[in-house]
Design a protein around this ligand. Sequence first.
Ligand code: 5GP
Length: 214
Amino acid sequence: MAIPTSDTLQRRGLMFILSSPSGAGKTTIARRLLAEDGAIRMSVSVTTRPPRGDEADGSDYHFVSQAQFDAMVEGGHFMEWATVFGYSYGTPKAEIRAGLKEGDDFLFDIDWQGTQQLYQRAETDVVRVFLLPPSLDELRRRLTSRGTDSAAVIADRMARAQAEISHWDGYDYVVVNDDIDECFAKVTQILAAERMNRARQTGLIAFVRELTRG
Ligand code: 5GP
């Protein structure tokens, strides 16, 4: 039998929430984490927003009508839900509940409202990480795509980003994304440390009992 280490001991899964204003690199960090860490998977949200570009139903989001969304709210199918920029978004609970018990970790790309609700419902399972851009100038640069957007569109994006930034204090960890590789390294360190949190390591009691056997 393989000797258990703190990485292989039985443990409860965690809910790893990554929030940021757009322009702080959240999508890049999330994609990389999913690609490089085999033990975490995405929590796929339900939304009433229409698909954009090549977004696929079932992997990027579950795309539904407002009536379908409302029925899911009524039926108590969401762990949290919120209205963001005029559309409804929610986290379906069934898969996550079962997964956490099995030791699966989930990555959440949700806003501050959803983060607050998940924390209220499942505080001990939740790890909240917020990414910040390194400066106002850099944020503006990242939100200005190829000089084709009007000043009004850019001003609107900046206002939304700054509104999201104002919720930074509802998170456990805040990482400034100055360099994407460094930021990614810091995010993976947070995840590694949280996996070793004593309360999550449900296999510890039996393991330590064996270590201290007379
Ligand atoms: P987008 O429409 O650009 O994919 O997402 C818009 C915003 O909604 C982002 O801030 C994203 O984090 C947030 N969001 C996506 N899914 C959920 C969800 O299930 N719950 C909540 N509360 N926010 C979500």
